[in-house]
Design a protein around this ligand. Structure first.
Ligand SMILES: *[C@@H]1O[C@H](CO)[C@@H](O)[C@H](O)[C@H]1NC(C)=O
Ligand SMILES: *[C@@H]1O[C@H](CO)[C@@H](O)[C@H](O)[C@H]1NC(C)=O
Ligand SMILES: *[C@@H]1O[C@H](CO)[C@@H](O)[C@H](O)[C@H]1NC(C)=O
Ligand SMILES: *[C@@H]1O[C@H](CO)[C@@H](O)[C@H](O)[C@H]1NC(C)=O
Ligand SMILES: *[C@@H]1O[C@H](CO)[C@@H](O)[C@H](O)[C@H]1NC(C)=O
Ligand SMILES: *[C@@H]1O[C@H](CO)[C@@H](O)[C@H](O)[C@H]1NC(C)=O
Ligand SMILES: *[C@@H]1O[C@H](CO)[C@@H](O)[C@H](O)[C@H]1NC(C)=O
Ligand SMILES: *[C@@H]1O[C@H](CO)[C@@H](O)[C@H](O)[C@H]1NC(C)=O
Ligand SMILES: *[C@@H]1O[C@H](CO)[C@@H](O)[C@H](O)[C@H]1NC(C)=O
Length: 377
């Protein structure tokens, strides 16, 4: 995380969006996941997290863990409860100096897997900064020689979530294996597995599909043999949308913490999901935006990324300003990592109408340039 990707959008206006939690009635989310597994590692029984979701302990669990060697993994409690970390699932961990595996019976299809970590010292002499391990999910290596403590330390935090997307093929269980590096230990506090709608991020098999790859002529395909790691997900200009207020996939949409441009919102507009499915993002994402102020030449978001890796950048748009209702009333340019992504973009032209959400996907290979890491985002 030592490079810098600049999202350089805009010569004129709208971007993605915001929210106000207050008046949200309890309503049925747009998507209902087939698989929804919340495992509270190192714990027993069912316990609710503050958001009301129920986590199931892994002691005597049918999912494991199973150890290959004779040395058993342990259930351990955190030795400190720092900051505002929530008790479930963070205060207990499954921890071991040998490999351990969970086996989850999941349906075929694309999934989110979220690994929840709380990086402190644990009962049994497991000191912080001595954790180094690999995590594999089926054929995918999600984390390699990873240290949750060093990762957290670099971000000035203790608890964090690593989120991945991957596909589970027909008739497969999902084996999730934690393997410590030599004379180190592995641990995990919570495991969340949630189905997602087919091809929300993966490229559909249809003719003509494929993503714009910036700086390249060929289209790019995100196929089922690829796993994705989420780097960040922002709700522009409004505030954090907590996982329970997502469209059913429990994604966290963070505040974009940008003090630029003008904030605009139209919280009561009813959206027309004729272009993209209504589970793509919460309405609130599309109902607020940042636009150029009078003296602005651009709005730029900076996101820390790893050099040399490919990234999917998804920009969500919806034209909701009452006096912009037709094509050609607002156009702007989009640059990503200083390269042209789209020139003369018109949200209404692209989406088909006012109040109609849409999104643009781009594949970008994070550049050779070295910038100052901006870990705030
Ligand atoms: C989302 O769209 C589906 C299908 O078009 C519809 O059945 C469902 O009611 C919508 N859900 C919400 C929350 O709008
Ligand atoms: C990938 O898997 C999903 C669900 O498992 C399926 O709907 C889709 O068609 C597959 N994509 C390709 C290109 O085979
Ligand atoms: C894991 O990372 C640590 C710290 O960067 C390093 O000292 C160690 O050699 C690495 N181990 C392996 C197996 O790569
Ligand atoms: C998952 O692990 C179990 C138990 O170790 C093993 O029997 C099974 O073959 C593994 N499944 C896959 C898909 O690797
Ligand atoms: C949106 O609707 C709510 C409830 O009907 C109302 O209190 C609020 O003033 C409206 N907001 C705007 C910006 O129109
Ligand atoms: C824009 O710049 C002009 C000239 O520098 C200044 O007078 C004006 O206050 C600025 N407007 C805003 C909204 O910052
Ligand atoms: C974008 O705007 C910032 C702040 O106004 C300015 O410093 C920067 O030079 C602009 N960048 C481009 C590419 O126009
Ligand atoms: C992007 O381009 C601008 C103007 O050409 C330049 O000043 C800036 O250093 C470039 N940024 C990066 C990260 O290369
Ligand atoms: C939604 O947009 C589609 C396509 O532009 C249009 O045909 C339809 O009438 C719109 N629906 C509403 C309720 O405005």
């Amino acid at each position: 995380m030592n490079n810098l990707l600049a999202l350089n959008p805009i010569t004129s206006f709208v971007f993605f969006l915001v929210l106000h939690h207050l008046a949200i009635a309890i309503s049925k989310p747009a998507y209902n996941p087939t698989d929804s597994i919340l495992t509270n590692c190192g714990s027993s029984g069912d316990t609710p997290a503050p958001d009301g979701r129920i986590w199931t302990g892994d002691q005597k669990s049918k999912f494991g863990p199973i150890e290959q060697s004779s040395s058993k993994s342990l259930s351990a409690s955190a030795l400190s409860q720092g900051g505002s970390v929530q008790y479930v699932p963070y205060m207990t961990a499954r921890i071991s100096q040998s490999q351990f595996t969970y086996t989850f019976p999941v349906t075929a299809g694309q999934k989110f897997i979220r690994l929840h970590f709380y990086s402190v010292s644990y009962q049994g002499g497991f000191n912080r900064f001595k954790d180094f391990f690999d995590v594999k999910a089926g054929p995918f290596t999600l984390l390699s020689n990873f240290s949750a403590s060093f990762y957290a330390e670099a971000r000035d935090t203790y608890s964090f979530i690593k989120e991945f997307c991957f596909n589970v093929a027909e008739n497969q269980q999902l084996n999730l294996t934690f393997s410590p590096s030599l004379s180190k230990y592995a641990f995990i506090n919570g495991i969340e597995i949630i189905s997602m709608p087919s091809n929300l991020y993966y490229t559909p098999p249809e003719e003509g599909s494929g993503l714009i790859s910036i700086g390249k002529k060929e289209k790019f395909f995100i196929q089922n043999d690829t796993a994705l790691e989420n780097m960040c997900r922002f709700n522009v200009a409004g505030g954090t949308i907590s996982p329970v207020l997502d469209t059913g996939m429990y994604r966290l949409w963070r505040d974009d913490v940008l003090n630029l441009g003008l904030v605009n919102n139209e919280p009561n507009l009813s959206l027309n999901y004729s272009k993209i499915p209504n589970y793509t993002a919460p309405d609130e994402v599309y109902l607020s935006a940042r636009q150029l102020g009078l003296n602005d030449t651009n709005l730029t978001w900076r996101v820390p990324v790893d050099q040399g890796f490919r990234y999917l950048v998804r920009l969500h748009f919806c034209e909701f300003v009452p006096d912009i209702t037709k094509v050609n009333e607002r156009r702007f340019d989009i640059f990503i990592d200083n390269q042209t992504a789209t020139l003369g973009f018109d949200v209404i032209e692209s989406s088909g109408g006012h109040g109609t959400p849409t999104y643009n996907d781009y594949i970008v290979t994070a550049g050779k340039k070295v910038g100052k890491a901006d870990d705030d985002l």
